[in-house]
Design a binder for this molecule. Structure first.
Ligand SMILES: Nc1nc2c(ncn2[C@@H]2O[C@H](COP(=O)(O)OP(=O)(O)O)[C@@H](O)[C@H]2O)c(=O)[nH]1
Ligand SMILES: Nc1ncnc2c1ncn2[C@@H]1O[C@H](COP(=O)(O)OP(=O)(O)O)[C@@H](O)[C@H]1O
Length: 243
């Protein structure tokens, strides 16, 4: 699919607000590369890299990893995506991270998923993930075809250590204290676009319409129409392979 060259977006929202789920729909519909800071960290933990080993306990306890570590990691990954449009998920999470990103790249828009904290806790305790790919499931919202197994590879799904209820509470606190100020950072630059709701399937059409408008000039029109029709007809089935 053809997308206007180098469209660069950030998706924000509290833990469990649906960033990964919506990112997957965006990247499939609009052909952007997806970079999730949480996935990058988890891949490092699984591969037992030096960074992974150092950051594991921080992540398991629901704390943010240090700004300089994550900024170096993510800006390095983005430099490998120099030639593509991308959607950045989970970074920046603090104002110093936002400043580091700002110094390195021009951002076109910031999508903010505004989902109430009460909605989130239950979602996270029933979240299951396929670690190698980052595919995310939920026992009630989007269960895998075979319980406990990834739809694409058939490999086992796991629950994240940091999705335990007491750790989720700590992550929400970190979001309030450290990440909410980033919303103001982007609001003051006129980049923040907020989508409020409690259900991803109701938020998604608004995100879709917004990005379609933004990207209209470059998107292959026929593909967009086809994807909208498919969405209207089947709901989420377009995205079943991952979500
Ligand atoms: N019940 C319910 N679960 C959802 C909804 N949207 C996403 N989820 C699930 O909630 C969990 C968190 O979503 P995810 O996209 O991983 O959020 P992130 O932490 O912001 O990246 C996952 O298990 C999703 O499958 C929704 O509208 N309703
Ligand atoms: N930008 C970041 N800054 C600091 N820590 C981060 C960042 N991104 C991810 N992490 C660490 O990885 C954990 C998981 O992140 P992520 O997968 O994005 O969670 P969620 O999608 O549930 O919000 C965070 O709780 C934090 O410990």
């Amino acid at each position: 699919m053809v997308v206007r060259a180098l469209f660069r977006a950030v998706i924000m929202g509290p833990p469990g607000s649906g960033k990964g789920t919506v990112s997957n729909r965006i990247t499939k519909t609009f052909g952007l590369a997806h970079l999730s800071s949480g996935d990058v960290l988890r891949v490092n933990i699984t591969a037992k890299t030096e960074i992974g080993l150092l950051m594991k306990s921080c992540i398991d306890q629901g704390q943010l990893v240090p700004d300089d570590v994550i900024s170096r990691l993510i800006l390095g990954e983005l430099r490998n995506l120099e030639q593509s449009g991308w959607l950045l998920d989970g970074f920046p999470r603090t104002v110093p991270q936002a400043e580091a990103l700002d110094a390195a790249f021009r951002i076109d828009t910031v999508i903010n998923l505004d989902v109430p904290f009460q909605t989130i806790q239950e979602r996270l305790t029933s979240r299951w993930v396929h670690l190698p790919s980052g595919r995310v499931y939920n026992t009630s919202f989007n269960p895998p075809k075979v319980p406990g197994l990834d739809d694409v590879t058939g490999e086992p799904l796991v629950q994240r250590n940091d999705d335990a209820p007491e750790t989720v509470a700590r992550r929400l606190k970190a979001y309030e204290n450290q990440t909410q100020p980033v919303l103001e950072f982007y609001r003051s630059k006129g980049l923040l676009e907020t989508f409020t709701g409690t259900e991803t399937n109701k938020i998604w059409p608004h995100v879709h319409a917004f990005l379609s408008r933004k990207l209209n000039s470059g998107i292959h029109k026929a593909r967009l129409k086809e994807s909208l029709k498919e969405w209207a007809r089947t709901g989420r089935s377009l995205y079943r392979a991952k979500n």
